[in-house]
Write a protein that binds this ligand. Structure first.
Ligand code: TMP
Ligand code: ZN
Length: 415
């Protein structure tokens, strides 16, 4: 079910205008099982996907909310599938690890980040707790011996956690806030959870990066908010939280990391170089035209490769892959397979466009060709370097391209 927004998720104004319409889309993470002969072919639900902006506080968000239970209770993104991401988030916690007390990761996924942090905690009095709403991921976290509270984070969840374990000295909330329909309730929970001298670290994709990189494929139903520093700061201030520092990160396709405390006022105005905010003057009509051009060029390139008899496979059955394939109408006539290392995506089909998802090691069997595919289209472009580094030894004759048709060459490993 999807519900149309009647007021802004931050300031509750009803003064909202459309920016960019992606049409009706299936849920980007809802991979489907192939239909076996004799089985009923149940059509997948599709929901409108429209980016809008609040004219009052300028917050950019989705016009429709799909019930979170439909998207997160059984979730197929596993942090463990990207060791680079695990190291990245674990290093943030390790850097600010207190000597004792509670450390909480909200959106702890499969527990792999906290498992990595455990090695650093040693015999100190630090207690680690994950919070995540997905049953399947919490079960995985338990097998990693990571204490996990299985719930959507909210004011009520925070009250429960504080009652059981006390307030937190360090809270990491990375790539979560954008998924939250009721922002005010969530942030009220953060305020409650954070100890007086505690540090809250929030990492969110930066809306300016979405715009600059033409990353329309990062717009999907799970991501209800697209933050600017201005709107994030105002949201925090509304709940007595203050942004003391903002850093830019390259790790997840361009994110901002904010340090937030319970008192002291905002301090980010001391870092002017990343304040090329702003959202106010972005031209979304231009954005739409550029996205249309990308679609045209990508479809033409795939059609030409097919006519030339070249084998092309997609790489990375990420949510952004589903948005790109659906928006560009790339069905199995243009692209047959998407490779992905996540075991519970393998054997299923991409939502809406129905490419089969296969394990990297199955590619040889399927292509039956010694040289491998001529082209790999890296749909999970935020992991392009990591993927190319991993695959180019196996497929030295393959060209790796991103959806904007740029060829990727892996540099020497840095991290
Ligand atoms: P994400 O863009 O949401 O992080 O999803 C990335 C997807 O790409 C996820 O399904 C795992 C997959 N993946 C691989 O198959 N191989 C890899 O080397 C990496 C880094 C990701
Ligand atoms: Zn607003």
């Amino acid at each position: 079910m999807s519900i149309e927004l009647s007021k802004c998720r931050i300031c509750e104004s009803s003064n909202i205008t459309d920016l960019f319409d992606l049409g009706e889309q299936p849920l980007a993470n809802a991979l489907v099982y192939p239909v076996l002969p004799g089985q009923l072919n149940v059509s997948e639900p599709k929901y409108p996907l429209v980016l809008v902006q609040c004219e009052d506080c300028k917050h950019i968000q989705l016009k429709h909310t799909v019930t979170p239970e439909e998207m997160f209770v059984d979730y197929h993104f596993h942090t463990a599938s990207s060791p680079r991401m695990v190291r990245h988030f674990a290093s943030i916690i390790n850097k600010f690890l207190p000597k004792d007390g509670l450390v909480v990761e909200i959106g702890s996924n499969d527990g792999s980040v906290l498992e990595e942090v455990t090695n650093n905690v040693g015999t100190s009095d630090v207690r680690l707790l994950g919070i995540d709403p997905s049953r399947n991921l919490c079960d995985e976290a338990f097998t990693r011996k990571v204490a996990t509270h299985c719930a959507f984070f909210s004011k009520e969840t925070a009250q429960g956690v504080v009652g059981l374990y006390g307030k937190a000295k360090l809270v990491l909330c990375a790539n979560v806030l954008g998924h939250v329909p009721d922002l005010n309730d969530f942030v009220a929970g953060l305020k409650l959870l954070l100890a007086d001298d505690g540090l809250l670290i929030i990492e969110v994709p930066h809306v300016l990066e979405l715009y600059d990189r033409l990353a329309f494929d990062t717009i999907y139903h799970e991501h209800v908010s697209y933050f600017s520093i201005k709107c994030l700061t105002e949201l925090m201030n509304k709940h007595g939280l203050y942004v003391t520092c903002v850093e830019k990160q390259e790790v997840h396709g361009g994110t901002i990391r904010c340090h937030i405390r319970s008192h002291g006022g905002n301090g980010w105005s001391v870092i002017p170089d990343i304040l090329r905010e702003d959202i106010v003057n972005l031209d979304w009509h231009y954005f739409e035209v550029q996205v249309g051009l990308l679609k045209y060029k990508l479809r033409s390139a795939l059609a030409n490769m097919m006519l030339e008899g070249k084998q092309v496979v997609g790489y990375g059955a990420a949510a952004k892959a589903a948005v790109l394939l659906n928006y560009c109408n790339i069905t199995t006539d243009l692209l047959q397979y998407v490779v992905d290392c996540t075991w519970d995506k393998q054997g299923k089909l991409m939502p809406g466009t129905h490419q089969k998802v296969i394990a990297p090691e199955k590619l040889w069997d399927i292509l039956q060709q010694q040289a491998g595919p001529e082209v790999m289209l890296i749909l999970a472009w935020n992991h392009a370097e990591e993927i190319v580094r991993k695959e180019q030894n196996k497929y030295p004759n393959t060209t790796f391209i991103t959806p904007d048709l740029i060829t990727v060459q892996a540099r020497a490993q840095k991290d």
